[in-house]
Design a protein around this ligand. Structure first.
Ligand code: FDA
Length: 311
């Protein structure tokens, strides 16, 4: 799956093929911001909120970075005219951080100011910074602080597996961060920096969740977001929240669109807030293959799409 995800010729063939495009629609919101918005409207009717992300990361070409920023701006503009509860999620390396930090910061400000300028909707509209590998952690924290100082509504993703995260969370809460999305962490990090055993990562996730659901975090005005597909984590987080008297509307869970739909329905039916991360764009092949690779049962999706694409 990893090799298929990385292969440029395979990506080119698949992204142009109508049968495999059908397979992607299980995980991706569509080719364009307009398609993603229409998918988001359908999903919102089922009681979920949305995070939109334009597919593309680790960009070093100025033209590709500009194209990404323009696409994100289009999405922000479309959202502004809707009543949807949407966060716009961006990777720092898709807006310039793989080329130059000042360019990334300037583009981050551009997007965040546009988001802040949208007509009020009564919804919490946030620019959510995704967190990439270790060298980007401090630049991403710096970007959040810069955007917050400019009055732009900005949230940040924090990785529970990093040793530094406990300290960073305290700093973020002390700085009045609007929202923090807690994830386990997706990159292969060195042992000096990160917990690598599953039990350690789960323990850290719950310890940090408890801090994000503490009286200290609440008095700082924090809105905590728990992004995980792990049912045990979801149950434990909900129990901590109930113990600390957080109402269901004061925090939320977030999952990837298309991953574990029965668990997603269960969360909504329990009266809990759920946000779905809906990526969009033409470069959907690597993202789709990664999602499929996370669950071997999904391999039949690839096989049947490949079989149909022979025609
Ligand atoms: P875990 O990996 O233990 O999975 C829990 C269960 O879900 C397992 O049973 C697993 O099999 C199942 N599952 C997972 N994927 C599946 C799939 N595709 N199909 C079917 N079952 C599946 N990371 C990061 O470093 N920076 C970031 O910015 C983000 N952003 C982000 C946003 C959102 C909304 C989510 C949900 C996740 C991220 N992540 C991330 C990824 C995160 O760090 C982590 O790698 C994954 O969420 C996997 O960890 P879980 O907590 O889901 O648990």
């Amino acid at each position: 799956m990893a090799a298929l995800a990385r292969s440029q010729p395979v990506a080119g063939f698949m992204q142009a093929n109508r049968f495999t495009r059908g397979m992607a629609s299980r995980f991706v919101g569509g080719d364009s911001a307009a398609a993603a918005l229409s998918k988001s409207i359908g999903l919102s009717a089922r009681g979920v909120a949305i995070s939109l992300n334009y597919l593309g990361e680790y960009l070093t070409s100025p033209a590709a970075i500009e194209e990404n920023v323009a696409q994100i701006e289009t999405a922000v503009g479309l959202l502004g005219s809707s009543a949807l509860d949407v966060h716009v999620s961006i990777y720092p390396t898709q807006i310039g951080y793989a080329l130059s930090a000042p360019l990334g910061e300037a583009n981050g400000l551009r997007i965040a100011r546009l988001l802040a300028a949208q007509p009020p909707s009564g919804r919490r509209r946030l620019l959510m910074l995704d967190m990439e590998d270790f060298p980007l952690v401090q630049p991403t924290l710096d970007l959040r602080a810069r955007l917050a100082r400019s009055g732009c509504p900005t949230a940040i993703t924090m990785q529970a597996y990093l040793h530094r995260t406990g300290r960073d969370l305290h700093d973020l809460v002390a700085d009045g961060a609007a929202a923090i999305r807690l994830v386990k962490g997706a990159f292969a990090e060195r042992r000096e920096r990160a917990w690598t055993a599953r039990a350690d990562v789960d323990r850290e996730y719950l310890a940090q969740a408890a801090y994000l659901l503490s009286a200290e975090a609440r008095s700082g005005g924090l809105y905590p977001i728990f992004a995980t597909h792990d049912e045990a984590m979801i149950r434990a987080v909900a129990a901590i929240a109930a113990r600390n008297l957080w109402r269901p509307e004061e925090y939320e869970f977030e999952m990837l669109y298309g991953v574990r739909p029965p668990l997603q329905r269960q969360i909504v039916s329990q009266g809990r807030r759920l946000r779905l991360y809906v990526p969009f764009g033409t470069e959907w092949w690597p993202y789709t293959m990664h999602r499929i690779g996370e669950n071997p049962a999904n391999a039949r999706l690839v096989l049947s799409a490949l079989w149909n694409s022979r025609a």
